[in-house]
Structure formats: structure tokens, C-alpha cells
Design a protein around this ligand. Structure first.
Ligand code: ATP
Length: 355
């Protein structure tokens, strides 16, 4: 049995069901992200795991024990929220010590744990400061230390980085992941930021309207999206209109050009069907095809954004438009809007979208 299991979890508020039949098994030490748009039910599932919300039905087990009827403080869970929920009238050290004081641990143990936690988050030197004397990133590190001080068996993080500015967000997420790995603590991290989820998770649960649309490793979620929603929510995605020219051989037509794809990828579409293709920017490149698995199309540049090492291009291919990146080449200026260019598509990386 997995360390944390969620089975047939459902939550309704009055007549509205916000979490449907939610199922998930999490292994000990895993870092799981719940990723999805605002209102899809991420926080509600997390709050049910924490015990702040009672499920309408379903079972949650931690270490083999059903915790649904346990109070939050009986579940041995640490939690960090989006807003800095530190006690403003307590120092950093007192904040970190809080849970241990409530649990009436001996003072020597409290002091040792506070010291251990503050060195873990590298803030020993700020132990006597008050929250208002800390930056946002420092406050969240203290919140993390406070959550970990009681040595919980599960760590729940509800958008802990979303109030921070971009640079701190990136460095703190790496720090959180490093600490999580070091402690081996089973963690659920809620975010609506796909880059964040892709970069730090062992597995991602992509949620949509109260359901888990897909559960998988970042590489899998990005490269083999199970639905149109997952494909468009995770990563940049071009969707192209195409027509099946010959289902038997896997021949499709995109803007007048025939492309042979693996026919098993047609998802049952027949000759003459109109289909949507999902094309990641990585499958598109500027210039003539250099590989026989690529097809060259005529394009026209719509816009060019010079971002430094990377240049983001938007081009029309007839009816369809695609966005893709190309690397800066210091000896060749990028194309200009309006310019006619060749654009190649890698057939093996085209996905026929299902629902
Ligand atoms: P966000 O990223 O915006 O926090 P979320 O995916 O975490 O979104 P939830 O906070 O879980 O979404 O909310 C899911 C749905 O449940 C929303 O439509 C929300 O309005 C509704 N909801 C949440 N809590 C309650 C409540 N106590 N009473 C009624 N409806 C609620």
C-alpha cells in the first residue's frame, strides 16, 4: 500500500460538487504537485488531506491509517500557506518553536530543534528578528521551518511562492526541493504555475474542474498529454487544423502540405476527418527541413521577439499560425515581420488531439 492514499474523494459545498471522484496514491518521500487553473479544486483536496475540510465521501490514508475522522493536529502534517502566516508578535525562533511548545516538548529539545531548523533554512543569524523585519522569501523559509519543526510525516504547501517576486520564487523553490529531498518527507505542493510544477515535482497531478485529468512525471505530462486540456495548460502549445488525407497510411494535410504521421496516432479518425494537431514549439524550426522525418512549409513571419539567447517567432503557414523559438545567432540577424520563410515541422512530434 502506498504511504498516502486518496480514494474516491468527493467534496460538495451545498449543491455544488467541487471535487469529484479524486484518486491518488503517493509513495513515501515523493514530491507531488497539484497543478491546475484557479478554482479547479487543488486547495480543497489539500485541505481535506490536512483535515481543515471534511470530505463529502471518500477515504484518505496516511501510513495505512484512515485519517478522515482525525483533527488536523492529530494527523502529523506540516503546512505552509501562500500568505505569510507567521505570528507577528513572535521572533523567528519563537515562531519555529511554536508547535513544539504546544506539544509540551522539553526546553532542551525545543532549543535543539529550533537550531536545527534554522540552519536547515540558513537563517540562524536572524533568530531574534520579528517577521516584519524579514523579506517575503525569508518569511516563507521561516514558515517552512515552523512546519517542519514538529517532524511531520507529510508536508503540504499551498502556493507558498506565489506572493514572491520571480527571482526569489525560483531560488526558493529549489531550496524547498533540496530540503524535501534531504529530509525525505512526502510532500504535496499546490501551484497554478506550470513551470514551477514541471521543474520540481516527481509527479504532477493536472487538475481540471475537480478531477485529476492526468497524473505523471513532468516529462510524461509535457510530452504525452492525455487530453486537450493538459496539452494546452502545460507548456506552450500550437494547435493546428489539419485534415486526414488517408487514414490507412497516416497521411494528413496541413496548410496544403502532406505529412505522414504514425497512423496509430490518428485516434480512430477516418479519411476526410478534420482534426486538431498539438505541436510543441520544439517540433517547429525555421528553415528547410534537414531530416526526412520533417516537412517544410511556406510561412510568413508575423512577429519576432528578441529575448536574448532565444528569439520567439510567430509565423503563419496559411490558415494556421505557430509560435516557436530559435537560438540567437550573433552572425545572422533574425528574420523581420512580413518576411517569407520556410518553416519545418517534425512529423514524429505532432500529436493528434482527442477530446
Ligand atoms: P485557486 O488556485 O484559485 O486557489 P483552487 O484550484 O485551489 O483555486 P479551490 O480553492 O479548491 O480551488 O476551490 C474549488 C472550488 O470550490 C471553487 O469554485 C471555490 O469557489 C469552491 N469553494 C471552495 N471553498 C468553498 C466553500 N467553503 N464554500 C463554497 N464553495 C467553496
Amino acid at each position: 500500500m502506498s504511504f498516502l492514499t486518496i480514494s474516491h474523494l468527493k467534496k460538495s459545498f451545498g449543491a455544488t460538487t467541487v471535487v469529484h471522484d479524486f484518486n491518488l496514491d503517493i509513495e513515501k518521500g515523493e514530491f507531488i504537485s497539484f497543478l491546475g487553473p484557479s478554482g479547479c479544486g487543488k486547495t480543497t483536496v489539500l485541505r481535506m488531506v490536512a483535515g481543515f475540510e471534511t470530505p463529502t465521501s471518500g477515504v484518505i490514508t496516511i501510513g495505512g491509517k484512515n485519517v478522515v475522522n482525525l483533527k488536523p493536529n492529530q494527523r502529523n502534517i506540516g503546512m505552509v500557506f501562500q500568505a505569510y502566516a507567521l505570528f507577528p508578535n513572535m521572533t523567528v525562533a519563537q515562531n519555529v518553536a511554536f508547535g513544539l511548545k504546544v506539544a509540551k516538548k522539553p526546553q532542551a529539545e525545543i532549543d535543539a530543534t529550533v537550531h536545527e531548523m534554522l540552519s536547515l533554512i540558513k537563517l540562524d543569524h536572524l533568530a531574534e528578528r520579528y517577521p516584519y523585519q524579514l523579506s517575503g522569501g525569508q518569511q516563507q523559509r521561516v514558515a517552512l521551518a515552523r512546519a517542519l519543526a514538529t517532524k511531520p510525516q507529510v508536508l503540504l504547501l499551498d502556493e507558498p511562492l506565489s506572493a514572491l517576486d520571480a527571482k526569489i520564487r525560483v531560488s526558493l523553490r529549489e531550496e524547498i526541493r533540496a530540503i524535501q529531498r534531504k529530509l525525505g518527507i512526502t510532500t504535496i505542493f499546490v501551484t497554478h504555475d506550470q513551470e514551477e510544477a514541471l521543474s520540481i515535482s516527481d509527479r504532477i497531478v493536472v487538475m481540471y474542474e475537480g478531477n485529476a485529468e492526468q497524473v505523471g512525471a513532468p516529462f510524461e505530462i509535457y510530452n504525452q498529454p492525455a487530453s486537450r486540456f493538459v496539452a494546452s495548460f502545460v507548456g506552450t502549445l500550437n494547435t493546428l487544423d489539419a485534415v486526414v488525407r488517408d487514414a490507412g497510411s497516416g497521411m494528413i494535410t496541413v496548410d496544403g502540405k502532406d505529412i505522414a504521421i504514425d497512423r496509430t496516432r490518428l485516434n480512430g479518425h477516418k479519411t476526410g476527418d478534420k482534426i486538431s494537431l498539438a505541436v510543441r514549439p520544439e517540433a517547429v524550426s525555421l528553415g528547410e527541413a534537414t531530416d526526412k522525418r520533417e516537412t517544410t512549409l511556406d510561412g510568413k513571419i508575423n512577429s519576432v521577439h528578441f529575448l536574448g539567447s532565444v528569439i520567439r517567432i510567430r509565423a503563419s503557414l496559411g490558415e494556421n499560425t505557430v509560435s516557436f523559438d530559435t537560438f540567437n545567432n550573433p552572425s545572422a540577424p533574425p528574420p523581420s515581420p512580413g518576411e517569407n520563410v520556410k518553416v519545418s515541422l517534425a512529423a514524429k512530434d505532432l500529436l493528434v488531439l482527442g477530446h
